[in-house]
Design a protein around this ligand. Structure first.
Ligand code: FES
Length: 112
């Protein structure tokens, strides 16, 4: 495993079309299961202090439960105001049943 690849959870922890938050070191990450594809982002909304895992997930869009801002969980792109800053995404690496992330890369595999 590369230095900054860490295990977040088991694939079985996330039912299809749901999201759950996990503490990983000093971070709190949200893991999404979109029809068997896993995506990981920061759990904290970029608008204010709210957990996106408490939000509503539909068609790859997470709607924040606090002010209804929204993001595409695959890219981190803002999809609805009042959010204006993109959400940090992480490169997902599946190892056996484990969902791992590279903390140094975004979902597209670019340095972040
Ligand atoms: Fe998420 Fe305001 S805290 S939209």
């Amino acid at each position: 495993m590369a230095d900054n690849v860490v295990r977040v959870c088991s694939q079985a922890d996330i039912a299809p079309e749901t999201v759950k938050a996990f503490e990983v070191g000093d971070k709190r990450l949200a893991v999404y299961n979109l029809d068997g594809q896993y995506y990981v982002t920061d759990d904290e909304c970029t608008h204010a202090s709210a957990s996106l895992a408490d939000g509503f997930l539909e068609d790859g869009i997470i709607e924040c439960s606090l002010h209804a801002g929204a993001f595409d969980v695959r890219t981190g792109a803002v999809k609805a105001p009042p959010c204006s800053f993109a959400l940090r995404t992480y490169k997902v690496i599946l190892q056996g049943d484990d969902v791992c992330v590279d903390l140094d890369k975004d979902a597209a595999g670019e340095p972040a």
